[in-house]
Design a protein around this ligand. Structure first.
Ligand code: NAD
Length: 524
């Protein structure tokens, strides 16, 4: 147990020795390091090696060699690794949460929830992978004489670039289906949050994942990104829309596929018949859960005139009463932002809104007394599109309330954004709420929930539309995207072309009649 200068008791698992062991696998041949800090105190926890382009090339070479053997390993044996890993991930959830908390500053309730995500993804694909990866025999062009079989081949080495807000979930969960499908992975986590994914990889290896198959390289994005993308066979990226465009361009130039899971400016529509108590509780989680740093969280709330004042009073009272502080126990409702830089960005959004006429109903200020990157849960009114937080993602505990007159108006306001990641609709008549949901330009829509119902439904693809992304995680495509299709076609006997002595005219007559017959018989 370590007691920090602020009097915080740091989790017993977070020892210098443990952290040094975790980062030891990150290549850094130039000897440069990055001070990875505890968010609550700003204290350096460990020096994280920074990978050079040649370190990254070597990581890919090692991964590629391991991948060939892994792809040749029977699927059943590959999947057995994840059965064992599932148990380890659940048994060690508390240690994982310790690491997530020290490196991200989020509260413990969110950290422990995050630990569950890779286990849920493993559980889903353990049920589904064998079916998805099995060869599918399709008919060939000529019945009986030909066959065509759809075979799923692994892409090779998948590059994963992950953000800091859910470092364990995005670093490990997106790797799981790639590995199950027979790929190797080279992961680049954010420098700030490399510890929890490194811990996840150790657990996977303890469960039997072969050495070398899962590589980690670290560094600032623009330094590491180009070499990583240039050596990858596919890129899985989670992060901001601005970076997503850079990644997508480079992947396009290299003619490799990519999945881009990007930002949002997510709306919540409360319909007149909504259960207000539940909607307010939902809004508290949607706006302030993970300190507002969830890609699917809520930044805009649309309320009917008739219920605006009632909602506002209850929401402001709940937000003002939240327990915000640094602690490694389950007490606080909200923790810190991830860094001082990010806190300044959030503050800039609020200050800009206030300068342009918005009203602060609650919060609005940094809280250096709680820790270097704390910011109050903040509710604004009067936010317009000429304000930073009126159009771009704030990604902090800041939310704006808006009134609407008609449901058509609410839908138009919700859709008036370049983003399309997540939305939520609250209403007593679920059918009517679903009809509103269908009109929203959003990859995910939750009815009477903020985000968890959609995100935890691992069988359904989840991704963004518009500027919120390309492709999806989860669902069948969440695994199949890491494969190439091989069309294995077999001709049992050569039958194409005229028979000996047959004129080409006769052959063509026969072929065209055959086409008609096959259509009639619905053979082809
Ligand atoms: P970011 O785009 O700044 O960074 C994400 C990752 O990309 C980091 O590892 C970073 O080092 C790396 N990176 C940065 N520039 C790069 C470059 N030029 N080449 C290669 N890699 C580069 O995003 P962030 O601030 O770390 O994360 C927050 C953003 O992520 C928010 O916009 C949030 O909405 C989004 N996000 C989206 C999802 C989703 O599923 N849609 C999930 C989590 C977070």
């Amino acid at each position: 147990m370590t007691v920090t200068p602020l009097g915080l008791t740091r989790p017993a698992s977070v020892t210098g020795e443990f952290l040094r062991q975790l980062v030891a696998r990150v290549p850094g041949s130039a000897g440069t390091t990055w001070p990875l800090t505890e968010v609550y105190t700003g204290e350096t926890l460990v020096e994280l090696p920074q990978s050079t382009p040649s370190d990254i090339e070597e990581a890919f070479a090692t991964a590629r060699a391991a991948q060939r053997k892994w792809a040749a390993t029977p699927l059943k044996r590959r999947l057995a690794v994840f059965k064992r890993a599932h148990a380890l991930f659940v048994d060690r959830a508390r240690t994982t949460a310790d690491l997530i908390q020290v490196e991200s500053g989020k509260n413990r309730r969110m950290a422990i929830e995050e630990t569950c995500d890779p286990a849920m993804v493993m559980s889903h694909y353990l049920k589904r992978a064998a079916k998805l990866l099995a060869p599918v025999r399709r008919g060939g062009p000529v019945p009986l004489l030909t066959t065509s079989t759809e075979i799923r081949q692994p892409k090779g080495v998948v590059g994963i670039i992950a953000p800091w807000n859910f470092p364990f979930a995005t670093g490990i969960s997106d790797a799981v289906p790639a590995l199950m499908a027979g790929n190797a992975v080279v992961l680049k986590p954010d420098n700030k949050t490399a510890l929890s994914p490194l811990h996840g990889i150790r657990m996977l290896e303890e469960a039997g994942l072969p050495d070398g198959l899962f590589q980690v390289v670290c560094g600032e994005g623009p330094d590491v990104g180009p070499t990583l993308i240039d050596h990858a066979d596919y890129v899985m990226f989670t992060g901001s829309t601005a970076t997503g465009k850079v990644i997508g361009e480079r992947a396009g130039r290299n003619l490799i596929g990519c999945c881009l899971e990007l930002g949002g400016k997510n709306p919540m529509i409360v319909l007149p018949d909504a259960n207000l108590g539940e909607a307010v509780q939902g809004a508290v989680f949607g706006a302030f859960g993970n300190t507002g740093q969830i890609c699917m969280h809520v930044e805009r709330i649309y309320l009917p005139e008739s219920r605006y004042d009632e909602f506002k009073a209850a929401f402001v009272a709940k937000a003002a009463a939240l327990d915000v502080r640094a602690a490694y126990d389950f007490g606080p409702d909200m923790g810190s932002l991830v860094s001082v830089d990010h806190m300044r960005r959030v503050k800039e959004h609020v200050d800009d809104a206030v300068a342009k006429g918005a009203t602060v109903l609650c919060g609005g200020k940094p809280r250096p007394d709680l820790g270097p990157a704390f910011f109050e849960p903040t509710i604004l009114e009067g936010v317009t599109k000429d304000m930073l937080c009126g159009v771009t993602e704030t990604f902090g505990p800041v939310v704006a309330l808006h009134r609407y007159g008609t449901v058509d108006e609410a839908v138009a306001l919700a859709n008036d954004t370049d983003y399309g990641l997540n939305a939520s609709v609250w209403g007593g008549d679920v059918g009517a709420a679903c009809a509103v949901a269908a009109r929203l330009e959003s990859g995910n829509v939750n009815v009477n929930d903020i985000l968890a119902t959609a995100f935890a439904a691992k069988g359904t693809p989840s991704g963004g539309v518009k500027n919120s992304g390309v492709g999806a995680r989860h669902g069948d495509q969440g695994l199949l995207k890491y494969t190439d299709v091989q069309n294995l076609a077999v001709l049992k006997k050569q039958v194409m072309g005229p028979r000996p002595g047959q004129s080409y005219e006769k052959y063509v007559d026969g072929m065209l009649s055959g086409l008609k017959l096959m259509r009639k018989l619905r053979v082809r």
